[in-house]
Write a protein that binds this ligand. Sequence first.
Ligand code: PNS
Length: 160
Amino acid sequence: MKRIAVYPGSFDPPTRGHTDLVQRSLVLADELIVAVSRNSSKEPLFSLPERMEMLRAAIPADPRIRFESFEGLLVEFARKNGATLIIRGLRAVSDFEYEFQMAMMNRHLSSGMETVFLVPPEDATYLSSSLVREVARHGGDVSGLVHPKVAEALRRRFAK
Ligand code: PNS
């Protein structure tokens, strides 16, 4: 049976940590759905279409990977798409509590749903979308942290 995994997130914007995780996930799944959340509690910097476009630009085309957006409960989205695995990145101990609670809640809501945590490359453990936004907002150099198209989108967004 085909194993389908979902990699959910806000991806506002996608970073090198995200794109690395996508590639790593492919050893665990036959098909990977990169699922961009519509209903962020925070006002996103980039619109949903912009985030989808950045992900498509940053992740090399692969027939095993597709990009979707979702609203509402992640487990509902996963179930509708036949996914049984949720992929999340774990960078540091500080991520653990929130991720652990979310994994437990998702399994409570959908009993067959397992969450798999993958760790980013060592030099990306400090990397987060919010830090990238912060650095870019103040004109800092984000090349090397994000795909060049994402860096360009950040430059345009924060251009005076
Ligand atoms: O990149 P993020 O912001 O850490 O991603 C969080 C996300 C979108 C994966 C999470 O908030 C989510 O799954 N939202 C959908 C609503 C839901 O199902 N929440 C989990 C139940 S605890």
